[in-house]
Design a protein. Structure first.
Length: 78
C-alpha cells in the first residue's frame, strides 16, 4: 500500500513540475497540461532504456574487476 502511494505521489510530483515549468515559461495552461501528460509518457519509454544501459555498465565494471590481477584474493576476516 505504501509503495503504491509513493509511486502515485512521484507521478503527481513529476506532472506538477512539468506543468508548472512550462506554464511559467509560456504562460499557457494548454502547453503546461501537454507537458504534464507527455513527461510521464516519455519517462515510461525512456526509463527502461536508461536502466538497461546502467545494467550493462555495471556488468562491464564487474567483468573488469574479475579480470583484474589479484582479484582472486578475497578479503577474509582475521
Amino acid at each position: 500500500m505504501v509503495t503504491a502511494a509513493k509511486t502515485t505521489s512521484t507521478i503527481a510530483v513529476h506532472m506538477g513540475v512539468a506543468f508548472a515549468t512550462l506554464y511559467l515559461v509560456t504562460g499557457s495552461v494548454a502547453f503546461g497540461g501537454l507537458a504534464a501528460i507527455l513527461e510521464p509518457v516519455c519517462n515510461v519509454i525512456v526509463m527502461p532504456l536508461h536502466d538497461k544501459l546502467w545494467e550493462h555498465i555495471r556488468e562491464r565494471i564487474e567483468a573488469r574487476r574479475r579480470a583484474a590481477p589479484g582479484s582472486e584474493i578475497s578479503a577474509q576476516p582475521a
